[in-house]
Design a protein around this ligand. Structure first.
Ligand SMILES: [Zn+2]
Length: 142
C-alpha cells in the first residue's frame, strides 16, 4: 500500500470517529513491517479526559491482529488534513514502531526526540526479567 493509499485509509477511519464534543474527527492508519494495514479513529467521552485518540485504536488493532511494528503511520482529519499525534500518542506509537517509522512523512524519532522506552526501565527490554516474584508475577497482578 502506498503512502497515498494509507492516507486514504486514515481518512476513511476518521469518518467513522465519534467526536460529538470537539467535532474533530481523527483517523489513523498504520502499515506494519509485514504489510498489514490497520486503522483507528478517535472516540470521545463526555468526561473529555477519557477520550481515546485515533492512535489508541490503531495500537489496539495492532495488538489484536498479532502485534508487530509500524513502518509508516498516517494521522488525518476527516477532511484529509494532516494532524500530528499528541504527546501521549507519540509515546504509544514509539512503543510499537519499527526503526525509521514515519508519521505523515516525518520520522517518529524527530517527533519524539530522546524518547523514553523499554531500554530505560530497570529490567531493560524484558520487563519481567529479574522481577522479585517470578516471571509470571505481572500476569498475577490485579
Ligand atoms: Zn493522542
Amino acid at each position: 500500500m502506498s503512502s497515498v493509499e494509507l492516507r486514504g485509509a486514515a481518512v476513511k477511519a476518521a469518518r467513522r470517529a465519534y467526536a460529538p464534543y470537539s467535532h474533530l474527527s481523527v483517523g489513523a492508519a498504520g502499515r506494519t513491517t509485514d504489510g498489514r494495514v490497520l486503522t483507528g479513529c478517535n472516540v470521545e467521552n463526555a468526561s473529555y479526559g477519557l477520550t481515546l485518540c485515533a492512535e489508541c485504536g490503531l495500537v489496539s488493532a495492532l495488538t489484536l491482529s498479532g502485534g508487530g511494528r509500524f513502518a509508516e503511520v498516517a494521522c488525518v482529519s476527516g477532511s484529509g488534513e494532516d494532524l500530528t499525534p499528541c504527546g501521549r500518542c507519540r509515546q504509544l506509537l514509539w512503543e510499537h514502531a519499527a526503526e525509521g517509522c514515519t508519521v505523515n512523512g516525518t520520522r517518529l524519532d524527530a517527533l519524539l526526540p530522546q524518547a523514553f522506552g523499554r531500554q530505560d526501565l530497570p529490567y531493560g527490554t524484558d520487563a519481567r526479567q529479574g522481577m522479585p516474584y517470578g516471571s509470571d508475577a505481572r500476569q498475577e497482578l490485579p
